[in-house]
Design a protein around this ligand. Structure first.
Ligand code: ZN
Length: 663
């Protein structure tokens, strides 16, 4: 619900061959730097607020390592001491492999891949590592000497902690997952424990289990070790609270109260305090500087109770917010002119609020890999009663886009120079507007027929819902109204988006699918569904066409106007299916157009993609902030953009590491 992630920018224009945006690349990862435009122009108090909140965002880094696996801190610290003290040959292949492994551990906040959850496989031998470790004076490792055996087992025994998150049917998901949210507790025990705690009659239920580890005591009883000041992770949480208090002192208006509520929650561990904080936070739509800091998302817990620690500090991107404001103000016009049947249009569109932000710092589970959009809080009753805040992160998508320029992707997969040029020029704007229209209007549009609940489409529901929102965005991106509202300079923006969307849906998104598999993920099914349906419907008029050139296959859009009409027709049908809860038609549509993969085309896409050597995952180094003081008073905050991934990681481990090795 709350996270939008990106794998790789599907869209990249022609650019300089060498881009300074990528600061490191290893394995399947590229590390990018991002800039914080507008920071220098903030008033001093807001700069200070960003600084203190950024410090708070860095202090929880050890927490996410320990949450991901109880041996992660021992592993990271052992390898870091080796890295900083090793006097042997640093040019040989085995040392390079150790270095790469450590870079991967930093990137994933632990020994498991951040996306697949599988444990990393070392590309160096146990004998080599043991010898390298032995070459560093033992006293450098201190108490870590006692953990050496466990660390070696973690690296080299493939059956030990093999998956961070094991959700296969039929296994005990807690015992087989290496994450550290439960200790010696079976799945059935944990489920019983939390079932007994839930109160179905409470209209304002707290998020049970969100901020604690569940363990079994010597007496065989289960108990929660709460993450709070004086509880588990206290040394890190005390530092977070310290910086939150500094932030509170310079914050203004209700934001003071919001930050104080968060600090109070960290002190008490009381989940009612967390809800009080969330309500204050979601109601505050005026503060320019905003932040996320806490135990928020539960994707890492196979049972979905326990939240990983994450942080982010941001401020409004005024220019981009102006864009979403125009769209929101015209929401009723878009709804009234939508191509869906009149009875399925919404008579009164409610105020839609979404903002575009500039990120100033990423922390915890949002660093180095980060979402590009956030929608919080997660508690259903708070969302219903107080709404939610939805944000798009502009400077991060910009950095992704810049990092993708010149990587050869478009040259490889897009046949016509005019399409490549349009994407180079308008690709970013087109993607941004697509996201705005999809999020602000698409999902909120339309209405159900009387008696339909919206759950009739079952397992096809999310694919069809994504298709509905995408079709709404695609249809309106090509509407003359967009030019009239000043949102785009010309219809070339829509053309750029249409060519890119169809190519991705029919072809290039297959690069993310393993050979022999069909399309499973809802957003990917949706793109295939739309592209394939439009291709087949427009086949007679060659609206979309497959072309073979120099032994390679390409997909091209010949008639953009006709394609827009097809988007409109399809939107009308998908809305009808949703409004009427027509399961049969929905299932048939998705199965016929959205699932199947042509194995020959798939093989070709994988081969061509691999040859480009593009890393499928991206993450970021943070900017650095420094207080400028004169006569004991803060007079400015300076931002700089470091471009060394290893230095940033070692620096964070030196300056922001507060937890003991075992927690
Ligand atoms: Zn969506």
């Amino acid at each position: 619900m709350a996270l939008i992630t990106t794998f790789f920018a599907s869209c990249s224009g022609p650019g300089e061959a060498e881009t300074p945006w990528i600061v490191d690349r290893f394995d399947d990862v590229k590390v990018i730097r991002y800039e914080v435009p507008g920071f220098d122009a903030l008033p001093l108090e807001q700069k200070e607020l960003v600084y203190y909140l950024a410090e708070a965002a860095k202090c929880g880094r050890d927490i996410i390592y320990d949450q991901n696996c109880r041996y992660n801190l021992a592993l990271r610290r052992t390898l870091e001491i080796l890295y900083e003290n090793y006097a042997g040959d640093r040019d040989c292949a085995e040392w390079k492999a150790v270095e790469k492994y450590l870079k991967k551990v930093w990137f994933a906040n632990g020994v498991h891949h951040h996306y697949s959850n599988d444990k990393f496989t070392p590309e160096f031998s146990e004998a080599y590592l043991t010898e390298a470790l032995a070459s560093v004076p033992a006293e450098r490792f201190g108490e870590l000497n006692d953990r050496r055996e466990t660390v070696l087992r973690l690296i080299f025994d493939p059956d030990f902690c093999s998956s961070r998150l094991d959700q296969r049917a039929g296994v005990d998901m807690l015992l087989s997952s290496a994450s550290n949210y439960y200790r010696d507790v079976t799945q059935a025990e944990a489920e019983r424990f939390y079932a007994a705690m839930a109160d179905p009659s409470d209209p304002e239920p707290v998020s049970c289990g969100l901020n604690s580890r569940l363990t079994k005591g010597d007496d065989g009883r289960l108990r929660e070790e709460v993450w709070k000041v004086g509880g588990l992770y206290s040394p890190a949480i005390e530092r977070i609270v310290y910086w939150l208090e500094r932030a509170e002192a310079v914050a203004e208006g209700t934001q003071k109260e919001t930050i104080a509520a968060l600090a109070s929650y960290y002190r008490t561990g009381d989940l009612r305090e967390f809800d009080r904080y969330n309500i204050l936070w979601v109601k505050d739509t005026l503060s320019n500087v905003d932040f996320v800091n806490g135990f928020i998302e539960t994707y890492g817990d196979p049972l979905g109770f326990k939240a990983s620690w994450e942080a982010m500090v941001n401020f409004r991107d005024e220019e981009a917010c102006h864009r979403t404001e125009i769209i929101s103000e015209n929401a009723q016009w878009f709804e009234d002119h939508s191509p869906v049947a009149p009875q399925y249009r919404k008579k009164q569109v409610k105020g839609v609020s979404a903002k575009v932000i500039t990120v100033a710092i990423l922390g915890g589970d949002c660093y180095p890999a980060t979402p590009i959009g956030i929608n919080l809080p997660n508690a259903d009753w708070i969302r219903k009663e107080y709404g939610s805040k939805s944000v798009t992160i502009d400077n991060i998508t910009y950095a992704y886009d810049r990092a993708a320029q010149g990587d050869g992707f478009l040259e490889e997969f897009m046949l016509r120079a005019e399409d490549r040029e349009r994407i180079g020029k308008y690709g970013k704007l087109a993607d941004d507007l697509h996201t705005d229209l999809h999020e602000c209007l698409g999902h909120g549009s339309g209405q159900l027929a009387p008696g339909v609940t919206g759950s009739e489409l079952r397992s096809y529901g999310s694919t069809l819902e994504e298709a509905r929102a995408d079709l709404f965005a695609l249809y309106y991106l090509g509407d003359p109204k967009m030019v009239e509202l000043g949102l785009v300079p010309s219809s070339d923006v829509a053309k750029a988006q249409y060519a890119d969307y169809i190519m991705n849906g029919l072809m290039t998104q297959l690069a993310r699918i393993e050979p022999g598999k069909n399309i499973e993920e809802a957003h990917m099914r949706n793109r295939k569904l739309i592209a394939q349906w439009c291709y087949e419907r427009g086949a007679e008029d060659r609206v979309i066409e497959w072309i073979e050139h120099d032994g390679k296959r390409y997909v091209v859009v010949n008639d953009f106007e006709a394609l827009r009409s097809l988007f409109g027709e399809m939107l009308s049908e998908v809305q009808r299916i949703k409004s009427e809860g027509d399961y049969e038609a929905g299932a048939a549509l998705v199965e016929r157009y959205g699932v199947q993969v042509d194995p020959v085309l798939h093989e070709e896409v994988l081969r061509r993609y691999r040859a480009l050597n593009i890393e499928p995952y991206g993450g970021f180094v943070n900017p650095e902030y420094e207080l400028v003081e004169r006569d004991g008073r803060v007079v400015d905050v300076k931002v700089t953009y470091p471009n060394n991934y290893v230095e940033q990681m070692l620096g964070y481990s030196r300056d922001y590491s507060f937890l003991p090795t075992e927690n």
